[in-house]
Each structure stands twice: as structure tokens, then as C-alpha cells.
Design a protein around this ligand. Structure first.
Ligand SMILES: Cc1ncc(COP(=O)(O)O)c(C=O)c1O
Length: 476
């Protein structure tokens, strides 16, 4: 078995076990050591590095504990076969031997990866691949010439019918298939809304804090996003009322405020609908992960309470299936339908037909509802594991703000703690969290962390909370 290069610097002041741990971990993440590959024995590596055996034992212990290595009785120690491919592949090449990694770079690289706490990831390990690939393959084989030609800009009718039925029953959305447009995820929906509803220089109210992607998409065509605070009932309609007539629309996440997780109260929903009617403004409802609630029944959509056709509703399959499927949809008032269809043609004509065919059947054959039902149990277990781990390892350093719904938990840190720095340090330990302060546009930011739990197993989540506890203790 070949050994591998671990840079060890006796003069650096960094403990030897830490240097060996870092060296091994980078070798694994950068693909120099591959899943399933045997690593040298502690004795052999100690000899190779010219150090005593103890620091190598300590480093290996930690790597075993964190799941990078696994021991097989009688045959040695191996790089864990279960490390997700994407975590490994998306890493940029290791700097040449002897060169130092720029400060902060390992954290940045982990942020691109699939470390525990990564936001917006569903349980990719529990996706029903067999059923899905059968449907995709069947439609790929049977693709007619008509289906290979240009498709409907609004989207495939069977898919729109299936989505309309699902939204009416599961989300109390008041809609017909004619009002639905299939687009490439919610991000594309937001761009389309900006193009149709917002003129250059007009103002669009967004929640403070807000999903940064929404703020960017809505402002991309020259409209001006204006932040409106949220309190524990949702967006503050009283603040919205002070903004004047130039506000053409308000972007809201009523079912599960992104990022804080609040669900908008009924009183606030009525006040918001009343504001939009009186001001002749549009409401943009982003219902990105409303399917999962853990403490009470899912709330119906704001769209279903609207009697004046002011709401444009956005949904996505990114969280309920997987993000790379890139299928989302809009439900638009009938009065806006033609404008949206024309704008869609001007953008990119229509969405790929093959995935729409497979998805339509996935819904109509009942696989989607079965998958959602199964995932509710999976996410409840993952959320509970995360909360238990936080209570056990991190309780002195953070406060769980909201864990009622969705695929992430929002936690608050002490206000004098720099959450961006905490996230960077977490990145160095293989954790992929998001800083809450990054969701604020004004100077008054809360320090906190957004901890995604959808994409990690219970075991990984508990391990990750232990590491998070250490990072928070070290961050003071
Ligand atoms: C609130 C919110 N809106 C929109 C999106 C974008 O989702 P999509 O993958 O459908 O573009 C996300 C993604 O995480 C989100 O959190």
C-alpha cells in the first residue's frame, strides 16, 4: 500500500495531531485518497512522517469519529466508502505540495459542497430512483416527433392538470390548469415575475430578512427591492403602508418565512391582502417548502384567501423531489396569463418536455403523494435528531429560534458573535452552514445560523452538532 503526503511542520506551533488530521482530511476531500482506499497503519504513517505514533493515533481517532475513515476488523483502516461523491468531486484541486492554502479557502470550498447543515437540500438519499428512472426511460423511449418539437410555453397540459389538482387539495390554492406556467424552478419564476410586473425604478417590497436569491432576481430588471421588517406574525403591514404608491408588489413567504421560519398569522394575511387591493399592488407568494410542518397542520396558501386576484403564487419541485430537476411553477391570475406566456416565450420558450412527461406521470400515478408522505417521517426524525444534538452540544451558545416547519432550523447566536466567521470555521471542519446575517440588507442584522437538516442522516447531524459545539466554544 502506498503512503501519502501529509505536510508536517515541527516549527509551526500547530499541534502535530492537528496537522496530520488536516492533511489526511484534505487528501480525502481533494480525491488524493479515494473512498474505499486503504490508508497506512498509524505505525507506518508515523515512521513515514518522522513523528511518534501518538499524534497519528489521535488524528485517526478524530477522522474515524467524524466518519472520514472506517475501520474493518482484521484488515485495516479505509477511507469511508459512504462519503457522498458530490462532496468529493466539487472540490477544487489541492494546492501543490508545500504551498499553503489561502486563509478561509477550505471553508469556502465546503460551502459549495454537501456538508451537514447545507441549506435547501432534500433527502437525496431517500429519493425513489427506481420509479423515477423507469418513468424517465419509458418516456425517453416513446418520445414522439411531436414531443421532440417545440412545446407549449405554459408547460405540458397533463403536468399542469396534475399540479393544479395537487395545489387545490394540499395547499387550498384556488386555481385551474390554465393559470399554471411551468418554469425552471422558483428562481426563474421570480425573474419572469420581475419582467412582467415590475418596471425599471419601481419598488418591490421584500421581507427583512429575506432569501437573497429572491431579492437579486426581483431587482435584476431594474426594480428596487425595499426591505420591510418581519415580526413574529410575518411581514409588518404597518411598515408596508408607509412606503407609498411606488411599491408595485410585495414578495412574501407566508407559510414558512425564509429564513426565520415564522408562519404568517391569519390577521396579517388579511391585512396584507387588504393592502394589495387598496394599493393595486401585487403579492408574490413564494411557497418554497410548505409541504413539511412538524408542530401543526399545514396552513393553506395566501393565494387561496385572495378574493381580488392580486396574488402570484410560486411553487417548486426542488425541495420535494431534487433541485437538479429544475421544475417550478407559477399560478397567475387569469388576467395576467397572456402577459406571462408571452414573457416566457421571450425568455426561453418552454421547459424540457421529457422531464415534464415523467413528472406528470410521477404525480398522476400517486408516486409523488407517497414520496411526500414518506418524507414527512424522514424529516421529522432528522429535525428531532438535530434539535436533540443542539440541546446536548450547543445549548450554551445558541438559541433555537424556529424549528416548526421546512428543511432548516434557524438558530440565534449571541449578538456580539460574528456568524460569518463561525460559518467559515464550521467550513474548516466540514460543515456547510449559512449565516443568518447574510439575509439582511440593512445595518440591523441578527447573528445566527441556518442549519439545513433535509440532506443529512440523523447520525451525521448529531456528529455535526458535536463539531458545531466545539466551533462555538472556540469562537468564544
Ligand atoms: C425561499 C426560496 N425561494 C426560492 C428558492 C429557489 O428554489 P428553486 O430551486 O426552485 O429555484 C429557494 C432555494 O433554496 C428558496 O429557499
Amino acid at each position: 500500500m502506498t503512503t501519502f503526503y501529509v505536510p508536517v511542520d515541527h516549527a509551526s506551533g500547530v499541534p502535530l495531531h492537528r496537522q496530520i488530521y488536516d492533511g489526511c482530511r484534505h487528501a480525502i476531500l481533494d480525491g488524493l485518497l479515494r473512498p474505499g482506499q486503504r490508508v497506512p497503519s498509524t505505525r507506518a504513517l508515523a515512521v513515514e512522517l518522522g513523528v511518534s505514533r501518538q499524534p497519528v493515533l489521535t488524528a485517526y481517532d478524530q477522522l474515524l469519529h467524524e466518519g472520514y475513515l472506517e475501520g474493518r476488523t482484521g484488515s485495516g483502516t479505509f477511507v469511508s466508502a459512504g462519503l457522498p461523491d458530490d462532496l468529493l468531486r466539487c472540490r477544487t484541486p489541492q494546492p501543490r505540495q508545500g504551498t499553503r492554502r489561502p486563509q478561509g479557502s477550505s471553508g469556502d470550498r465546503t460551502a459549495e459542497g454537501l456538508g451537514p447543515f447545507r441549506m435547501s437540500l432534500p433527502a437525496l438519499d431517500r429519493f425513489p430512483h427506481t420509479v423515477w428512472s423507469r418513468l424517465v426511460a419509458r418516456h425517453a423511449h416513446a418520445l414522439s416527433q411531436a414531443q421532440m418539437a417545440y412545446g407549449d410555453a405554459a408547460g405540458l397540459l397533463p403536468l399542469r392538470l396534475a399540479i393544479a389538482e395537487h395545489l387545490r387539495t394540499a395547499r387550498a390554492v384556488n386555481c385551474e390548469a390554465e393559470q399554471i406556467l411551468i418554469v425552471s424552478g422558483s428562481q426563474a419564476a421570480l425573474r419572469l415575475i420581475a419582467a412582467v410586473l415590475l418596471e425599471h425604478g419601481q419598488r418591490v417590497a421584500v421581507e427583512e430578512p429575506c432569501y437573497p436569491g429572491a431579492r437579486a432576481a426581483l431587482g435584476a430588471g431594474g426594480a428596487e427591492p425595499v426591505s420591510v421588517p418581519v415580526d413574529d406574525e410575518g411581514i409588518c403591514v404597518s411598515s408596508l403602508q408607509t412606503l407609498g404608491r411606488k411599491v408595485r408588489a410585495a414578495y412574501v413567504t407566508p407559510s414558512h418565512q425564509y429564513p426565520l421560519g415564522i408562519s404568517m398569522s391569519a390577521a396579517r394575511r388579511f391585512a396584507l391582502l387588504d393592502w394589495s387591493f387598496r394599493r393595486d399592488a401585487w403579492l408574490i407568494e413564494d411557497d418554497y417548502d410548505s409541504e413539511y410542518r412538524y408542530v401543526s397542520r399545514p396552513l393553506g396558501a395566501l393565494q387561496g384567501m385572495d378574493t381580488h386576484e392580486r396574488v402570484v403564487y410560486i411553487g417548486t419541485f426542488s425541495k420535494v423531489l431534487f433541485p437538479a430537476v429544475r421544475v417550478g411553477y407559477l399560478v397567475v391570475p387569469m388576467s395576467l396569463r397572456e402577459r406571462f406566456v408571452e414573457a416566457r416565450k421571450a425568455f426561453d420558450l418552454f421547459s424540457p418536455t421529457l422531464y415534464q412527461l415523467a413528472l406528470a406521470e410521477f404525480l398522476s400515478e400517486g408516486h409523488f403523494v407517497r414520496h411526500l408522505r414518506r418524507m414527512r417521517g424522514v424529516y421529522l426524525d432528522r429535525r428531532n435528531a438535530l434539535l436533540a444534538g443542539l440541546a446536548r452540544h450547543c445549548a450554551d451558545h445558541l438559541h433555537v429560534y424556529n424549528a416548526d416547519a421546512g428543511l432548516h432550523v434557524a438558530v440565534l447566536l449571541r449578538q456580539d458573535m460574528n456568524d460569518v466567521e463561525v460559518v467559515r470555521r464550521m467550513g474548516e471542519r466540514g460543515l456547510t452552514a449559512t449565516a443568518l446575517s447574510g439575509c439582511y440588507s440593512g445595518a440591523d442584522k441578527r447573528s445566527g445560523l441556518l442549519l439545513g437538516f433535509g440532506g443529512s442522516t440523523e447520525r451525521r447531524l448529531v456528529q455535526a452538532t458535536r463539531i458545531l459545539g466545539e466551533v462555538l466554544r472556540d469562537s468564544g
